[in-house]
Design a protein around this ligand. Structure first.
Ligand SMILES: Nc1ncnc2c1ncn2[C@@H]1O[C@H](COP(=O)(O)OP(=O)(O)OP(=O)(O)O)[C@@H](O)[C@H]1O
Ligand SMILES: [Mg+2]
Length: 611
């Protein structure tokens, strides 16, 4: 079953235990639907019995073939004589049974649907919550399109299996058992002939089971890849347009679509073969039972009424036996889908260290021999980095592209864990690894290099971390971020709806919205990862001054590639190829650090050339 790991995360040992876990809250509805389904099946069985009874005992004169207790009650109520006098009673009983059948059928469907919807709701909720708890690295390693496919298409497959196949399995078994029981009462020998086909159907379904599972797994994962291409193209529609890549992307999509369709066709071929085999088997069974029944009837071994009832029961037996085969083949598809969901549900969650600390964060930050690699073939992004950022200081981090500046800040935000033996990061006297991750992120604000905006209003985007912010706070943060003027010019002001991912804002406005979103939280440490690259020098200067004035005690870390963005900082850490070259004031660096001098002179030269 399910086990709790030491870190408090659920680990499901098997697909079955995951399904049982998801069934909490809906199992009652499924059980109710099964009860009504069984009642429907029972009534379906009673109807042929009533017809046989009428033909043999009311029209004919055979002793009614009823259980002793029912017979006693029937005789007391007037028996066959009453029915002969008042045949309308038979019609009324048939209608009553049919009506009850209809009501039960409705209740079966109703409870089944409620169960199914509650079941998928729970899966969706659990998956979404789980995905949010997964570490940043997991998201980096898995494509969004594929995750979405697992959360939609695979969830749907499991839902259909549970609500349509699994609940019908019970009904099917009840139906088969009852049909056999009634048929046995008429003629045991013919019942044996009719039932021989049950193991045959189960046998060939099992034969197809593995083939279907294999084909579905391929088709399903290709669907995931197709979703990933579609999602990537929708997200990157601007790039696709700007570079005239429509044709290329369309070809790429069509190729994947072809591939995916090929797998589906293969799956459908196997499924069709499976169904056709089933049809042939059941057709054969029907034929044999009918011919034998007719022969027995002519010979007088069974009566005409028994023959009619037997044939009716037999046709009632065929459907559930066919369904049994279907359930088995669908089970193999659902098994694959649930495994794909299990992949998400069993992924290692981001966990808080035991007895996580929450020390004050307005302390010195010390990187001590920090080394870090993203894993795979990417090598080391940082090697042996040591430097200190004093509380309340403004420190610039300068370095070429890919030098490891963002990585350094991701480590400080605990977005990636620092492996043992790869140095440590100290906040005052506390090791960062002992501090609660969510606490760290609430205290160290970061404007990401690629600001992400939600498709909500500008105000909602700024106040996203808390609903308790007042309009005044939003305006204040926006003013410092130099966004206020622009927003006030919009007809709807802060209510202006930002399109998906902020498409209706300019690059600079997006960046400033992201800055305001961070400023409003008033964290003791603030990181600006290349956040002023879209601002002109004058605006950048105004922003820098406003920041100093509004947040004098906050430790500010400013990452940039432009020297002009960091030269006014108290100190600048220069990073080159994952290594710290120097950390000093601008003036000292100009005197002692060759790389800094190079960057400075190349940027001055670049600036002059631009002019
Ligand atoms: N998720 C990741 N997986 C693997 N490698 C990564 C990942 N993110 C960054 N890297 C690699 O780590 C190195 C440092 O990247 P980082 O983003 O820290 O650079 P940076 O200094 O911030 O560059 P830039 O100024 O361009 O933003 C690069 O070589 C990059 O290719
Ligand atoms: Mg970066």
């Amino acid at each position: 079953m399910m086990k709790e790991t030491g870190k408090g995360q659920n680990q499901f040992k098997s697909s079955a235990s995951l399904v049982i876990y998801f069934l909490r809250g809906s199992i009652g509805f499924f059980l109710l639907s099964m009860v009504f389904a069984s009642a429907v099946s029972f009534l379906d069985m009673v109807l042929p019995g009533m017809i046989s009874f009428t033909v043999d005992s009311v029209i004919g004169d055979k002793t009614p073939n009823l259980p002793a207790s029912v017979l006693l009650w029937f005789e007391n109520a007037g028996g066959v004589e009453l029915l002969r006098r008042r045949p309308v009673l038979i019609a009324v009983s048939v209608i009553a049974v049919a009506l009850a059948g209809a009501v039960f059928r409705f209740l079966f469907r109703y409870f089944n649907e409620v169960g199914a919807e509650r079941f998928v709701k729970r899966i969706r909720d659990e998956l979404f919550a789980k995905i949010l708890r997964l570490p940043y690295a997991w998201h980096g390693a898995n494509s969004t399109g594929d995750i979405i496919q697992r959360c939609t298409s695979d969830v749907e497959t499991v839902k259909v299996f549970i609500s349509e196949q699994l609940t019908s399995l019970i009904r099917v078994i009840v139906l088969i058992a009852m049909a056999i029981r009634f048929m046995w009462g008429i003629d045991p020998f013919m019942t044996k002939i009719a039932s021989i086909f049950i193991p045959v159907v189960i046998g060939y379904s099992l034969f197809f089971y593995a083939k279907i599972g294999d084909a579905f797994e391929k088709a399903d994962s290709e669907e995931g890849r197709l979703s990933a291409i579609a999602q990537e193209n929708l997200t990157g529609v601007r790039v696709v347009r700007a570079f005239g890549r429509e044709r290329f992307e369309r070809d790429r999509f069509e190729k994947q679509n072809d591939y995916y369709t090929g797998f589906w066709i293969r799956l459908m071929r196997i499924l069709s073969l499976n169904w056709v085999t089933g049809d042939v088997m059941t057709g054969l069974q029907y034929l044999i039972v009918n011919i034998m029944g007719a022969v027995f009837c002519v010979r007088g071994t069974v009566t005409a009424g028994q023959f009619i009832a037997f044939v009716s029961y037999n046709s009632l037996l065929i459907w559930p036996v066919r369904s049994l085969g279907r359930v088995i083949s669908e089970m193999s598809k659902a098994g694959i889908s649930i495994e794909r969901i299990l992949y998400i549900m069993n992924a290692e969650e981001e966990t808080e260290p035991e007895g996580a600390l929450r020390p004050p964060m307005d302390r010195d930050i010390r990187f001590e021999h920090v080394s870090f690699g993203y894993g795979g073939d990417s090598g080391e992004a940082l090697s042996d980095v040591s430097f200190e950022i004093h509380a309340g200081e403004t420190v610039g981090i300068l370095g070429g592209t890919g030098s490891g500046k963002s990585t350094l800040m991701y480590l400080l935000e605990k977005l990636y864990p620092l492996q043992e033996g790869c140095g440590r990061i100290m906040i005052g006297d506390t090791d960062l690894s002992e501090i609660s991750s969510s606490y760290v992120r609430s205290q160290i604000g970061m404007v990401l290099q690629e600001p992400f905006l939600f498709s909500r209003s500008i105000e909602d985007n700024i106040a996203i971390t808390s609903r308790s912010y007042k309009r005044e706070d939003v305006r204040r943060a926006s003013k410092t971020a130099d966004l206020l003027e622009a927003v006030d010019r919009f007809p709807s002001g802060f209510e202006t709806f930002v399109g998906e991912r902020g498409v209706t804002l300019s690059g600079g406005q997006k960046q400033r919205t992201a800055i305001a979103r961070m400023l409003i939280r008033k964290c003791p440490v603030m990181i600006f990862d290349d956040s002023t690259s879209a601002l002109d020098l004058k605006t950048e200067k105004a922003f820098r001054e406003a920041l100093l004035k509004e947040y004098p005690d906050v430790t500010k870390i400013i990452i940039a590639q432009r020297i002009s963005s960091v030269m006014y900082a108290d100190r600048v850490a220069v990073i080159n190829d994952g290594e710290l070259v120097a950390c000093d004031t601008h003036d000292n660096l100009m005197k002692t650090c060759e790389i800094y001098q190079d960057i400075c002179s190349s940027q001055m030269k670049g600036g002059e050339e631009d002019e």
